[in-house]
Design a protein around this ligand. Structure first.
Ligand SMILES: [Zn+2]
Length: 307
C-alpha cells in the first residue's frame, strides 16, 4: 500500500470536523470489555506460522506453503473454498498468482467481504518476512473465519486472501494490487458486483502501538461505522487523530462503487521505519493488537447487519 499525496491536501479542512466527531462519539463509549470470541493466541500462531515460511512474494516457494496453510484451515471450518488462479502481467514478466476465497453462508442476498493480502513484497537485497505487512492481517483473517463461521449472521461473509498486493518493483497503477484488481474484474464479469454490500480490508494490524488510520480513500459512512465500533469497545485511542489517504486493496472496490474501508496502521515503528524493512519481524507483532482489530471488525459487522 502507499500514501496518496493528492488526497492529503483535504486533510486539514477535514480535521476540525473529525475532531468534533471524535469527542462526541467518545461520550457514547460503553463498557470497554467485550466477549467477542477472538482468540489472540490463535491469531498470533497463524502469523507465526506464515512468517516461518520465509519470504512470500507471488510465485515463491514460501507463498505456496502459505496457500496450503490458509486453504487447509479454511476447509477445516467447513467453508467453501475457491481458488482464483490467474497470470498477472508484471514488470518481471508473467507471474502466477492465486486469490483464496472462503464463503460463510447467510439468508440475505448481499455479502460482506473481509479481506487481506497474504503476499509479501519481493525484496532483492534483504530477507523480508512481512510479519506485520502480509502476515498479521492474513493470520487475523483466518481467526476471524473461525469465529464468524461459528456465529449466526443474517448475511453471508466472504473471506478473501489477495495475492499480489505488493508491487513487483516500484508501486504504480499497473504494478500493484494485482489480486484485488483481478477479484473486482471477476465480480463484474460474473455480474455479481451488486451482491457485495461492503468490503472491510485489513492490512498491517499487528503493531504493538496500534493506531488505525482515518483513511480518506475509504467510503466515509463505512469508516464512520468502524470508528464508532472502536469507540463503543473502548478502543478510541487506537484510531488515528489525523487522516491519511491510503492506496490499498480496497481501491478497486471503491472505484467500482462497492463501499470499502481500509483498517491499516501505517505508522509502524518511528516514522514508519519498520515498513518494508528487515525489521518487519514477528517480535513487532502483538497478539493484543490482532484481537483489538478483530473485535472492531466484529462490531462493525453487527452494525452492518442492523443497517
Ligand atoms: Zn507492503
Amino acid at each position: 500500500m502507499k500514501l496518496d499525496p493528492n488526497l492529503m491536501k483535504y486533510s486539514l479542512s477535514l480535521l476540525v470536523l473529525i475532531c468534533f466527531h471524535f469527542s462526541i462519539s467518545d461520550l457514547g463509549a460503553q463498557n470497554p470489555k467485550s466477549v467477542s470470541g477472538i482468540d489472540a493466541d490463535l491469531a498470533f500462531a497463524h502469523v507465526k506460522k506464515l512468517v516461518s515460511f520465509g519470504p512470500r512474494p507471488p510465485g515463491s516457494p514460501g507463498i505456496a506453503q502459505a496457500q496450503s496453510y490458509i486453504i487447509s484451515h479454511l476447509k477445516k471450518l467447513n467453508l467453501q473454498v475457491e481458488q482464483q488462479d490467474f497470470l498477472a502481467t508484471t514488470p518481471n514478466g508473467s507471474v502466477a498468482m492465486k486469490n483464496i476465497v472462503a464463503r460463510a453462508t447467510g439468508e440475505k442476498n448481499q455479502a460482506v467481504i473481509l479481506a487481506s493480502h497474504y503476499d509479501t513484497k519481493l525484496m532483492q537485497n534483504f530477507y523480508f518476512v512481512g510479519a506485520n505487512d502480509g502476515g498479521s492481517s492474513a493470520g487475523l483473517l483466518i481467526e476471524l473465519a473461525r469465529v464468524i463461521s461459528q456465529q449466526k449472521r443474517t448475511f453471508p461473509v466472504w473471506f478473501v486472501f489477495f495475492d499480489g498486493e505488493e508491487a513487483q518493483r516500484d508501486w504504480t497503477e499497473t504494478d500493484s494490487l494485482y489480486g484485488s484488481r483481478y477479484f473486482v474484474e471477476k465480480l463484474k464479469r460474473d455480474s455479481v458486483t451488486r451482491r457485495v454490500k461492503a468490503m472491510i480490508l485489513l492490512d498491517m494490524v499487528g503493531d504493538k502501538e496500534l493506531v488505525l488510520e482515518r483513511d480518506l480513500s475509504s467510503t466515509p459512512w463505512l469508516l464512520d461505522l468502524v470508528i464508532k465500533s472502536a469507540h463503543e469497545l473502548g478502543y478510541g485511542k487506537h484510531i488515528a487523530t489525523l487522516p491519511k489517504a491510503m492506496t490499498d486493496d480496497h481501491i478497486p472496490f471503491v472505484r467500482d462503487g462497492i463501499p470499502a474501508v481500509d483498517l491499516i496502521d501505517y505508522s509502524y515503528g518511528f516514522d514508519n521505519l519498520y515498513w518494508h524493512s528487515s525489521n518487519d519481524t514477528l517480535d513487532k507483532v502483538s497478539p493484543e493488537s490482532l484481537k483489538i482489530t478483530g473485535e472492531i471488525v466484529l462490531k462493525t459487522l453487527d452494525k452492518l447487519g442492523a443497517k
